[in-house]
Design a protein around this ligand. Structure first.
Ligand code: GLA
Ligand code: ZN
Length: 688
């Protein structure tokens, strides 16, 4: 495993700390721009993302470019040790462009073209939009790609959405032609004989529409794949002119939390590093540790997409958002706690939306480092400065790895398919929550976990978890068999192995290609009402030796043993006594099948036993107090353990027998660790 990666830029071998910065909103206020530099230094910020929505200020009329303001900003940055992630402005287009070339605007799925407005309101296929993007990107690259202050490209902003215009329809058809070759193949893959939906000419294919087709599941899947492909293609289109000028300046685009619309895995090869925007809802009714676990999973996804390479936290709010249902202020300590969580999971930055609150329009009340009051004497500014201070001490963590021995599959295509499936529980199959609950059990144990898709290499892990792997793409079953044969531990749950990659059900018995490795046959699947309960009674059999009873809800799979051994049975209904948890010894390894949705306490007990049995490392070999987490990064010689308390109470607990130093002070730590409410401490120890 690679333990150390280069920083995003050699120019800044430090943790990055900064924000989205919109000087173009303040050109009439030169004193504000001057003051910004002073405040940035005071807040220990070393990077700003600029130009994200600046197209109208960069090209106020077609072919007329005004870069002077940007020149000045970058000059000031260079003179003050501040670096820039320079954005391409395609996230929003100028009014003149929409007026002169309406085709650049997006056509919604109801086939109505939008008016000018919002952002990301563009057609990714429009030759005009592509040409205009190419021109502005080329100009930016020519002028700034070798600028001393510029360390990377921020392509557009939070790509999302789809366009259904005629140009995009034509692209969709050619995407399908490339994929299927003949209409016969397409008709079979889409099972169009159902309801007489057979397509007899390519021109009959239309994207899904509320007043048209929504019921051909394989077509819905292909449309989503196409939208991802179009977006990735647009990113490539944006990147080409940038790379033509300076191939070494790295590119990223910022992802959104669990965004369903794009298969983020497909961006791995077109981006040099990944980044994402994190907006947890701290201090709502939920326990903070549940929020933390959820955010941890997204960090783990983004890190895993590029095989473990550190990423950047591109946006987070320094205080509150203005779009969540209720915007609670971060309690003292929470800002540092949340910020360092990103670092613990592999981020080499903490960045914010936004540097300074805009004066008007829809985000004028969104949190920012600098409030409308305009000075540094605020709680938020101090919180931000504290993060800057903490990050300054973390040079040796830059580029280090998260050494994951466990992986959990969260696959976008599977997600699309299972959410569209129309099966035993249409009031909610909860794919996302299910994966997250399995991930959370490992998170609580302090197990470093990659979150991968089903195409990733399984061989580097000891423990592989596949919750609700409804779709199994070709070759995945064989790779799982190989993984277990070689000694791996596999966990699969109910509703797995149902369809292939075009959503055709496997014939000959579920869970299809996973049947052999799991040693079971699933004959029937029952959905439960929210009010229904069954139970799992563990029988103490097997190497885990687990006993006890747990609650079952939502989905029950009625299975037969085909070589697997039952570890626990259903407690009620006509299938009481039938297996609900099984293990199959397969080659050197073991494959577990969890046949029903069992409560969180089962997950905790099950994974505690399994992690131990599979020999998966934990950050600390101690029982952490509830609501506390420990996660680590390593350079191969030293481990940096981030211990975090997500509760409003102080916690004290004994450390394991290794020798620990406090990263901040360098002092050796005694046998106990004490954390204040919402406290965080980074410990250093030798890895060997
Ligand atoms: C997103 C966008 C930003 C801003 C923030 C507000 O992350 O990228 O431009 O709108 O949300 O939270
Ligand atoms: Zn279009």
């Amino acid at each position: 495993m690679t333990y150390v990666y280069p920083p995003v830029s050699d120019k800044v071998p430090h943790m990055l700390h900064g924000a989205d910065y919109n000087p173009e909103q303040w050109l009439r206020y030169p004193e504000v721009l001057e003051e910004d530099i002073r405040l940035m230094k005071l807040a220990k910020c070393n990077v700003m993302s600029i130009g994200i929505f600046s197209w109208a200020m960069l090209e106020p009329e077609e072919g007329v470019f005004t870069f002077e303001w940007m020149d000045q900003v970058l000059e000031r940055f260079a003179a003050n040790g501040i670096y820039a992630l320079l954005a391409t402005p395609s996230g929003a287009r100028p009014a003149w462009m929409a007026q002169k070339y309406p085709e650049v605007l997006r056509t919604e799925k109801n086939r109505v073209r939008n008016l000018f407005g919002f952002r990301h309101n563009h057609c990714p296929t429009s030759p005009v939009y592509r040409e205009k993007t190419k021109i502005i990107n080329s100009k930016l690259a020519e002028r700034y790609a070798d600028h001393p202050a510029v360390i990377g490209w921020h392509i557009s902003n939070e790509f999302g959405g789809d366009c259904h215009c005629e140009l995009c329809q034509a692209e969709f058809r050619s995407f399908l032609q490339d994929k299927y070759g003949t209409l016969d193949e397409l008709n079979h893959a889409w099972w169009t004989t159902f309801w007489s939906h057979t397509v007899t000419d390519w021109s009959q294919v239309e994207s899904p529409a509320p007043h048209g087709e929504t019921q051909v599941h394989a077509m819905n899947l292909d449309w989503r794949r196409f939208v991802t492909q179009r977006t990735v293609d647009f990113v490539k289109h944006e990147t080409a002119p940038l790379k033509a000028v300076n191939p070494n300046l790295p590119v990223t685009t910022n992802f959104m939390e669990f965004f369903e619309g794009l298969d983020y895995w497909k961006f791995a090869d077109v981006l040099d590093f990944l980044s994402w925007d994190s907006y947890p809802t701290w201090h709502d009714a939920d326990e903070e540790s549940n929020q933390a676990a959820k955010i941890a999973m997204m960090h783990d996804i983004v890190r895993s997409i590029k095989g473990g390479q550190p990423f950047l936290l591109m946006e987070s709010t320094p205080s509150l958002t203005n779009w969540q249902d209720v915007s609670k202020l971060k309690r003292p300590g929470m800002h540092l706690l949340a910020s360092l969580q990103a670092v613990a999971h592999g981020s080499d930055s903490v960045q914010y939306f936004q540097w300074r609150k805009s004066r008007g329009s829809s985000e004028k009340l969104h949190g920012a480092v600098v409030d409308h009051v305009g000075h540094e004497h605020t709680r938020v500014f101090q919180d931000v400065t504290d993060v800057g201070t903490a990050l300054e001490r973390m040079d040796k963590i830059v580029g280090t790895s998260v050494p994951a021995e466990a992986a959990i599959i969260f696959d976008w295509e599977n997600r699309w398919a299972v959410n569209d499936s129309q099966g035993p529980r249409n009031i909610g199959v909860k794919y996302e929550q299910t994966v997250q609950k399995h991930h959370e059990a490992l998170w609580k144990l302090g197990v470093s976990t990659d979150v991968i898709n089903m195409d990733a290499d399984f061989s580097k892990y000891k423990l592989l978890i596949a919750p609700m792997l409804y779709m199994v793409r070709e070759g995945v079953g064989e790779r799982m068999e190989q993984f277990v044969k070689n000694g791996g531990t596999l966990v699969v749950t109910y509703w797995s192995g149902i369809v292939n990659e075009t959503d055709l059900c496997f014939l000959g018995g579920f869970p299809g290609p996973l049947r052999q490795v799991l040693g079971i046959w699933s004959e029937e699947l029952e959905g439960l009402h929210d009010r229904d309960r069954n139970g799992l009674r563990l029988n103490g059999e097997g190497q885990l030796g687990l006993s006890g009873e747990y609650e079952i809800s939502e989905i029950c799979d009625l299975i037969h043993l085909e070589g697997a051994k039952s570890l626990g049975e259903y407690t009620s209904d006509f299938y009481a006594g039938r297996p609900a948890l099984t293990v199959n010894t397969f080659g050197e390894g073991e494959a577990y099948y969890v046949a029903a949705r069992v409560g969180a306490s089962f997950q905790d007990d099950f994974y505690t036993a399994l992690v131990q049995r599979a020999g998966v490392a934990r950050a600390l070999n101690v029982q952490l107090p509830s609501g506390t987490s420990a996660h680590l990064r390593t350079d191969g010689e030293h481990d940096f353990v981030f211990v975090q308390n997500y509760t409003p109470e102080a916690v004290v607990f004994p450390l394991d027998e290794r020798v620990y130093f406090d990263l901040e002070s360098g002092q050796q730590i005694g046998s106990q660790l004490q954390l204040p409410p919402y406290g965080v401490q980074v410990l250093e120890r030798s890895r060997s």
